[in-house]
Design a protein around this ligand. Structure first.
Ligand code: NAP
Length: 293
């Protein structure tokens, strides 16, 4: 058995690897696709094989995918250029086809057909390209990671000042943590009967920023209130906190998306794969306990 993981040095890929090892998949059955082996020395020490591969070079990918029983394809992070991302994803698909990979597991985007986020179109097109190879697939459709909203510094500031400010309105959020999404990936890679299935990895019950403020208050043991603000006010706050203007604009845009109801649809696929997702209060506890400077 050989499972190849792309994006192995990244935050999602490394969590999937951690879960596979926890489930006692032998390290020598896991291959990490990396661009810079020196960034993956910790994986080699655990006994994983490292293979070089770059999404921009399909022949490097084809060599790396040789002999794989399963390929976990984590999408490229080049989100500033969706066209380049599609080209990179096409390289992965052609390389997998030409290397004879028998099963490809791809992390796409939740409810991609109906999402207004531009990145959803890239994920939908990638699914189409992967289907065109004829390789049996499993599409794991992630929503925005809960981690995007649970930045430890913001949680700690909210606990310190007693206010959580954001332009998320009363929008419902169906996002689980990156950790739970990794658990779902590991469940599919080690399970049976997932070929040609599409899973929407959203929570069965949404949460809001008002509930997030309550969770911070409960963990910190002091009052914390939620104060909805405008997109412009949010951007100004983030710039004041030291974020570059474009990043502040991007994050405020995500919050607008939440406020407009874009992340409210729930589902049961995640629970079927991993059981109970990590409760919001637990994620807040981890964020508040994390060292940030
Ligand atoms: P991450 O920590 O940035 O990891 C990205 C991984 O992709 C790294 O291992 C990186 O390797 C690898 N990579 C980058 N360019 C590559 C290339 N040209 N060829 C081969 N590998 C390359 O991202 P993450 O948090 O694990 O998230 C995984 C993916 O989910 C992202 O790539 C992005 O598409 C998407 N995403 C989703 C959300 C969400 O909220 N749903 C948020 C952020 C990102 P190096 O170590 O060599 O750089």
């Amino acid at each position: 058995m050989s499972i190849i993981i792309t994006g192995a040095t990244g935050q999602l890929g490394s969590r999937v690897i951690g879960q596979l090892l926890k489930q006692e998949v032998p390290a020598e059955h896991i291959v990490a696709l990396v661009r810079h082996p020196e960034k993956a020395a910790h994986l080699a020490e655990l006994g994983l094989e490292l293979r070089y591969g770059d999404y921009n070079d399909r022949f490097s990918l084809q060599s790396a995918f040789a002999g794989a029983d399963k390929l976990l394809f984590i999408p490229s992070p080049d989100a500033h250029d969706e066209t380049l991302r599609l080209l990179q994803h096409t390289h992965v698909a052609i390389a997998a086809r030409d290397a004879g990979v028998p099963h490809i597991v791809y992390y796409g985007y939740a409810f991609a057909e109906e999402s207004k986020l531009p990145l959803a179109a890239t994920h939908l097109l990638t699914e189409g390209i992967l289907r065109s190879t004829g390789i049996p697939y499993t599409f794991l459709r992630n929503p925005l990671y809960a981690d995007v909203f649970l930045d430890p510094q913001s949680l700690q500031a909210a606990a310190q000042y007693g206010t959580l400010k954001a332009n998320t309105g009363e929008g419902a959020i169906h996002s689980p943590s990156r950790y739970d999404l990794a658990r779902a990936g590991a469940a599919v890679l080690t399970g049976e009967g997932h070929e040609n299935k599409t899973y929407e990895l959203v929570l069965g019950r949404t949460w809001t920023f008002r509930e997030l403020a309550d969770a911070i208050a409960s963990v910190a043991g002091k009052p914390v209130g939620y104060e909805p603000i405008t997109s412009e006010e949010n951007q100004a706050l983030l710039v004041q906190a030291g974020l570059p203007k474009e990043v502040a604009g991007m994050l405020s845009g995500i919050n607008d998306f939440i406020a407009s109801g874009g992340s409210s649809r729930t589902g049961k696929d995640l629970e079927h794969l991993i059981g109970e997702p990590t409760p919001l209060q637990e994620l807040v506890r981890e964020g508040l306990a994390m060292k940030t400077s």
